[in-house]
Design a binder for this molecule. Structure first.
Ligand code: IPE
Ligand code: IPE
Ligand code: MG
Length: 253
């Protein structure tokens, strides 16, 4: 058994997180350190996406949510935005056969209409072609930001209230959740951010209310399967109390 297999064997199979969210950060710094262009870092990052997706499927994780491009990332230099958009379209097309083989369903979160037509068509094609898959659900956050999403939900509900379709008194946390792009998806159990920054960068603010946070200095292109399993092992050593006392949790109250 190699190191990775040993680590996997030490996982508690009954406490695998249902939903893992990731902030894939550090591609640019990875590239600069090697003396490459930032875009080379993004290309390398695609390999990590491939690996992490396969690993998530193999571990029996049900939802993997990846922050691929934020609303704020539109403010990067146009050449970098163009490269990222090209890479997203290219990668989704290249990965599609294996995603299907592994029964992975693609779901898109974000203001997808802002994505240029060519990659957007490929994303929609991948989403539609994998719609019947019942294994891992891979949520790709593109042109996504949490404040955008929450504002959209508020706007939808306000419109419904103005049209008399909903009574404002009926707007509960559950109703609000159902108007977010993550409607129907359980909240993340574990949020992993690579790249060393300890911040959330406008990601899933509502959904991570009780997620376990894991920050690693490892840059996204270097994020290995071993490090992924380390994060899950760390998660399994935490006590999720949801406001209760430790005693209550231990007595299953
Ligand atoms: C994350 O890597 C990828 C995207 C935001 C699209 P960065 O490009 O942010 O890499 P750093 O943080 O500059 O190293
Ligand atoms: C967060 O990374 C967004 C993605 C990983 C897509 P950034 O590199 O854009 O985050 P900040 O701006 O440094 O917080
Ligand atoms: Mg970054």
């Amino acid at each position: 058994m190699d190191e990775l297999q040993k680590k996997i064997a030490s996982l508690d199979k009954d406490r695998i997180p249902v939903h893992v969210a990731m902030i894939m950060d550090g591609n640019g710094r990875w590239a600069k350190r090697q003396g490459f262009e930032r875009s080379d870092g993004h290309a390398e990052g695609v390999s990590t996406v491939h690996r992490v997706t396969k690993m998530s499927s193999d571990l029996g994780i049900k939802y993997l949510t990846l922050y691929a491009f934020s609303t704020e990332n539109w403010n990067r230099p146009q050449a970098e935005v163009d490269t990222l958009m090209y890479l997203i379209g290219w990668a989704i097309e290249r990965e599609l056969p294996e995603l299907l083989e592994n029964n992975v369903r693609i779901h898109l979160l974000g203001d997808i209409e802002r994505i240029p037509e060519e990659p957007r068509k490929r994303l929609f094609y991948a989403r539609d072609t994998t719609a019947h898959c019942t294994g891992l659900q891979l949520n790709m956050c593109l042109s996504y930001s949490s404040r955008w999403e929450i504002t959209e939900a508020a706007r939808q509900l306000a419109r419904m209230a103005a049209e008399g379709k909903i009574n404002p008194d009926e707007i509960s946390e559950q109703v609000f959740s159902n108007h977010l792009t993550t409607a129907g998806i359980p909240d993340p159990d574990l949020l992993i951010r690579t790249g060393g920054e300890e911040r959330i960068s406008n990601y899933l603010l509502w959904q991570i209310a009780y997620s376990e946070l894991y920050f690693t200095p490892v840059l996204w292109p270097d994020f290995s399967n071993e490090e992924y399993v380390d994060a899950i092992l760390d998660f399994q050593n935490r006590e999720r109390r949801f406001g209760k006392t430790s005693e209550q949790v231990q007595n299953n109250e």
